[in-house]
Write a protein that binds this ligand. Structure first.
Ligand code: CAA
Length: 261
């Protein structure tokens, strides 16, 4: 796998994906988006990975947005194409059958905030800053920000943030439900790993079905949503890990030998 701006590391059952373009504060150009897509293809196939951490290289920035230099001279059609490229990669990330934790050190602006919102869970350092500054650049958020921010924090707060271009700190992001947890900067990756390992200790297929049920269920009415849950619940009973999990309980055995099968 040849990658220029993204690093993929694997440790036990965890994968750590680092956006690594420090000269532009990890801004997402098309090369970086394609790297991320390549990494996702690998992760989709790797049944040994049970949880993923997504972060940005360096302490200053998670991702400072889509690459403004690359976007400046785009015409309408090229703008739409760039938006679709980013949206397709982020949707692929969102639909990955493994939980993804965004570990946000510093700036998560524009496409960076949108990338974090495409993850399942966001852990922020005390130094993290979030915002959608696009309107100040003459554009809308283009990698899902208008949709995911409204779904996560509600349309009123999303509109306020997107229209004003306000940059908020970790405390405010936590207050409005944009981040799950705030930690000291030096503990960020360790805290993300601790949470990822806690998730990875549970049955991976069950976690994947939980993700599917929550994500698909949020898009439909409650009657359709509980049917999605019933389908996913049923599918768990076709897994070896369901047998193992319940047998371990009945045998009063703390150790469980989940195999992602
Ligand atoms: N695109 C391209 N380059 C970027 C960038 C971006 N989004 N963000 C930072 N950089 C580059 C800067 O141009 C600079 O490069 P040079 O050293 O070659 O000049 C380098 O990264 C360091 O940045 P600064 O000197 O600006 O660092 P700072 O500490 O003074 O400021 C910052 C940090 C507040 C994050 C500032 O860089 C900034 O405002 N960045 C842009 C944030 C932004 O507007 N993001 C949204 C982009 S649009 C978008 O994302 C659209 C979409 O939804 C798809």
């Amino acid at each position: 796998m040849e990658l220029k701006n993204v690093i993929l590391e694997k440790e036990g059952h965890l994968a750590i994906v680092t956006i690594n373009r420090p000269k532009a504060l990890n801004a997402l150009n098309s090369e970086t988006l394609k790297d991320l897509d390549t990494v996702l293809e690998d992760l989709e196939k790797d049944s040994n990975v049970y949880a993923v951490i997504l972060t940005g290289a360096g302490e200053k920035s998670f991702v400072a947005g889509a690459d403004i230099a690359e976007m400046k001279d785009l015409n309408e059609e090229q703008g739409k194409e760039f938006g679709i490229l980013g949206n397709n990669v982020f949707r692929r990330l969102e639909k990955l059958d493994k939980p993804v934790i965004a570990a946000v050190s510093g700036f998560a602006l524009g496409g960076g905030c949108e990338l974090a919102m495409s993850c399942d869970i966001r852990i922020a350092s005390v130094k993290a800053k979030f915002g959608q500054p696009e309107a100040g650049l003459g554009i809308t958020p283009g990698f899902g920000g208008t949709q995911r921010l409204a779904r996560i924090v509600g349309p009123g707060k999303a509109k306020e943030l997107i229209y004003t271009c306000d940059i908020i700190n970790a405390e405010e992001a936590y207050r409005i439900g944009l981040v799950n947890k705030i930690v000291e900067l030096e503990n960020l990756i360790d805290e993300a790993k601790a949470m990822a390992n806690k998730i990875a200790a549970n049955a991976p297929k069950a976690v994947a079905y939980c993700k599917d049920a929550i994500d698909r269920g949020m898009q439909v009415d409650i009657d359709a949503a509980i049917l999605i849950e019933a389908e996913d619940f049923g599918k768990c009973f076709a897994t070896e890990d369901q047998t193992e999990g319940m047998t371990a309980f009945l045998e009063r055995r703390a150790e469980k030998n989940f195999q992602n099968k």
